[in-house]
Design a protein around this ligand. Structure first.
Ligand SMILES: C[S@@+](CC[C@H](N)C(=O)[O-])C[C@H]1O[C@@H](n2cnc3c(N)ncnc32)[C@H](O)[C@@H]1O
Length: 310
């Protein structure tokens, strides 16, 4: 049984590029030992994405009194608010969509339905529950379950050819809703989160990855691009947090996977602890697209004894 199956039903309600599910054991090993004993802990995740780490943390650390999450993508943050506050309405809306979809007689009919729903989504903002139901439907029926938008913010992932995908999973929505009761949901740039977090907060940062190659660039979570300037703003914020005494952990891709001499993050985070861990990841240059690659875990506290350092 893996770590996520141990969760009592609470897990990401959306498939999201860059999901950290597979990295949870490495993240767990890299957390400060003192976290378990911190009273009234605040957990802050400024790039929430699908929330794999959040849902795991909230269950593994019952001493988290409150969490603060944020993302720049408003479809995503609205979805977290709807799951938190209106789970029954969401389940009702999704059940209706699922029943209509399952009744469709052919793949052509399902594709036509998908394209009509995608066109409706692209007229957003829709009413919050409808926006979220449609987002979840598209996530379950589009190719590879991706969220990708063009430069004008239009969702442009094609139809995915699944016969009976699970569109509504009430147990997950209800379990997530219960856990999200302790969570404040913000929408905006990561730098704005700082003002909402008390000094004894623990931060986990999972920014969009620095692409391993130009062709592997995945930067379409939102219309805003996360470029080198953004990486440097984030490093500056990490220095500020360190100065005010807050602990943080950050993950990123390791540019040394493709260029052993690339010391971009080693330089940016030279004042802190840098670990290299192995993770399974989709790799464009390999025929079957699979492989193990190194990822960076960077923190402003010393690792637990016995952890391998880079
Ligand atoms: C690598 S993903 C996070 C994945 C997440 N840890 C998971 O397990 O699913 C990065 C997230 O950062 C968000 N993002 C991009 N630029 C941002 C910014 N300037 N401020 C806050 N969030 C941003 C994206 O919308 C995306 O959801």
């Amino acid at each position: 049984m893996d770590l996520c199956e141990e969760m009592q039903g609470a897990k990401p309600f959306l498939k999201w590029a860059g999901g950290k599910r597979q990295l949870i054991p490495a993240i767990q090993a890299a957390l400060p030992a003192s976290l378990r004993h911190t009273r009234d802990l605040t957990y802050v995740e400024p790039f929430i994405g699908g929330g794999a780490v959040l849902f795991w943390m909230l269950q593994a650390y019952p001493n988290i009194r409150q969490a603060i999450i944020n993302d720049i993508n408003p479809d995503l943050t609205t979805a977290y608010q709807v799951v938190q506050q209106r789970p029954q309405e969401l389940i009702k809306a999704l059940t209706a969509i699922q029943e209509a979809y399952y009744r469709l007689p052919s793949e052509v009919a399902r594709r036509t339905y998908f394209e009509a729903v995608r066109a409706e989504f692209n007229t957003r903002p829709l009413e919050a529950v409808r926006n979220t139901a449609v987002l979840l439907f598209l996530n379950r029926t589009c190719f590879n379950g991706l969220y990708r938008v063009n430069s004008k913010g239009g969702f442009n992932v094609p139809f995915g050819r699944y016969d009976q995908p699970v569109i509504c999973h009430p147990q997950t929505i209800l379990a997530d809703s219960r856990l999200l009761a302790r969570v404040t949901i913000l929408q905006g740039d990561f730098a704005e989160v700082l003002g909402h977090a008390p000094a004894n907060s623990f931060f986990y940062f999972d920014p969009p990855y620095k692409p391993l190659s130009k062709t592997a660039a995945f930067n379409a979570y939102a219309t805003e691009i996360f470029d080198a300037r953004s990486q440097e703003r984030l490093a500056a914020l990490c220095h500020d947090l360190d100065a005010r005494g807050s602990q943080w952990l950050l993950s990123n891709s390791d540019p040394q996977n493709t260029n052993a001499a690339d010391s971009y993050f080693d330089d940016l985070y030279a004042d802190f602890t840098i670990r290299r861990v192995q993770a399974k990841r989709h790799i464009n240059s390999k025929a079957d697209g699979r492989g193990t690659i190194s990822e960076l875990l960077i923190s402003n506290y010393a690792p637990a004894p016995g952890l391998q350092l880079a």
